[in-house]
Design a protein around this ligand. Structure first.
Ligand code: GRF
Length: 222
């Protein structure tokens, strides 16, 4: 992928990660073309964030389709109007079908709020606190058919504060996400990171482990 990688961002809700991409591109620190913001939810606040800065938006509600395959085909047909090089899932709360993942093989990124492979699935912050873990964080990974199981690219980790609530921890993890997600997507856009043979390659070498960045309790990168 060359520079000005055409990027579609898929959201379902607030879109704070989307905002991080918008801000990073506006500041010149991230060289992606934000081509379209797509949502399955017409009330997603992320759509407002996109419209505010004149990024085209598209919305298709999943409830209008009889099954996942039909919905996914409709999303793909819509997205293809922008010919995206890269799809960034940013709080997109639908599981994508195998057909959709195959159509954009190696070109879909997700961020999951846990240090994968630990804690795939939902309610990660509560589970981390209940387990008494010392570290938590978030993982940017390529999307494959395996839910939260695709090859990892970059993890941001931060110390857990034992006395905090799941909501407070979630907020601190999001501060980290807003830093690592645009950065990892930028690496893919520049061609530094690739998906090849079902694995992540960083700078031409297979990455058996993701890149890791460590943050302090306030979400400042160390
Ligand atoms: C993020 O915390 C991400 O880890 C998860 O969904 C959340 C989206 O939040 N996949 P936002 O809509 O970007 O604020």
């Amino acid at each position: 992928m060359g520079t000005r990688c055409k990027t579609a961002i898929l959201i379902s809700g607030s879109g704070t990660n989307l905002q991080a991409f918008i801000d990073r591109v506006a500041s010149g620190a991230l060289d992606l073309e934000l081509s379209v913001v797509f949502s399955n939810n017409p009330d997603a606040f992320g759509l407002v964030r996109a419209r505010d800065v004149d990024i085209p938006t598209a919305c298709i509600e999943h409830g209008h389709f009889a099954n996942r395959d039909l919905f996914d085909r409709a999303i793909a047909d819509k997205l293809d109007e922008w010919q995206p090089d890269l799809l960034v899932l940013a709080g997109f709360m639908r599981i994508l079908s195998a057909g959709f993942v195959a159509r954009y093989a190696g070109r879909i990124l997700n961020i999951h709020p846990a240090l994968l492979p630990a804690y795939p699935g939902l309610d990660t912050h509560r589970r981390v606190l209940d387990a008494g873990d010392e570290w938590h964080g978030s993982t940017v990974h390529f999307v494959t058919e395996e839910l939260d199981g695709g090859p990892r690219i970059l993890q941001g980790r931060l110390p857990v504060i034992a006395s905090e609530s799941a909501e407070q921890l979630a907020e601190r993890v999001q501060t980290v996400e807003h830093q690592i997600y645009p950065e990892a997507a930028g690496w893919v856009g520049e061609g530094r990171v690739e998906f090849r043979d079902g694995r992540t390659w960083i700078d031409g070498t297979v990455a058996r482990e993701p890149a890791v960045q460590t943050f302090d309790e306030l979400g400042q990168r160390l």
